[in-house]
Design a protein around this ligand. Structure first.
Ligand code: UDP
Ligand code: MG
Length: 172
């Protein structure tokens, strides 16, 4: 199966209508897409995702950025790709963290920017190593949202409150 990698198209990528372009470039890698969904990012999810950066001066701005607080679209597109060298391939396509240092043909080099607050709005996230990929994928996705069994699962009886579709007919 090869590597697994969590890929996020961040709120700036959605605002700039880059989704189609980025999906095309990801499909050119010949990696296989295993999961995809649009997510409204809670503060809790944002903080857990970026927990290793919590001591950085830009941390609070980074949390606001990934939550879409600086953009009109408060959502991200979260995906899982699998395949040989998936992490390396997607990170190469993404380019360097700092969009000004990123290769000009990379996604971050082409579309990223540094804000006046100093946040790197770099359009795309990709896990940096297999351990981070596993942690991030398990944070963003439940097993049933991924079409392959990429990590071991177990079946348990769980009772939880869950929002379901209302039985009343919608008016819209
Ligand atoms: N970031 C930033 N300023 C920095 C370093 C990072 O704004 O000096 C942001 C940027 O959006 C980056 C994210 O924090 O994508 C996560 O940082 P990381 O070092 O993990 O870089 P990445 O793995 O995304 O290349
Ligand atoms: Mg990283």
């Amino acid at each position: 199966m090869g590597d697994k990698v969590l890929v996020l198209i961040k709120p700036d990528g959605l605002v700039k209508s880059l989704t189609g372009n980025i999906l095309t470039r990801l499909s050119e890698t010949k990696l296989e897409i295993a999961a995809a969904k649009i997510v409204r990012v809670s503060r809790e999810l944002a903080v857990e995702h970026y927990k290793f950066l919590s001591g950085k001066p830009f941390f609070e701005d980074l949390i606001k950025y990934i939550q879409g607080e600086y953009h009109s679209r408060k959502k991200v597109l979260a995906m899982v790709y699998v395949g040989e060298g998936a992490i390396k391939k997607v990170r190469e396509l993404a380019g360097a963290t700092n969009p000004e240092e990123a290769d000009t043909v990379s996604i971050r080099g082409q579309y990223g920017r540094i804000t006046t607050k100093g946040v790197y709005e770099n359009v795309i996230h990709a896990s940096s190593n297999p351990e981070e990929a596993e942690r991030e994928i398990k944070l963003w996705f439940q097993p049933d949202e991924i079409v392959f069994d990429i990590y071991p699962t177990e079946v348990r009886d769980v009772t939880e409150k869950k929002r379901i579709w209302s039985s009343a007919t919608g008016k819209s």
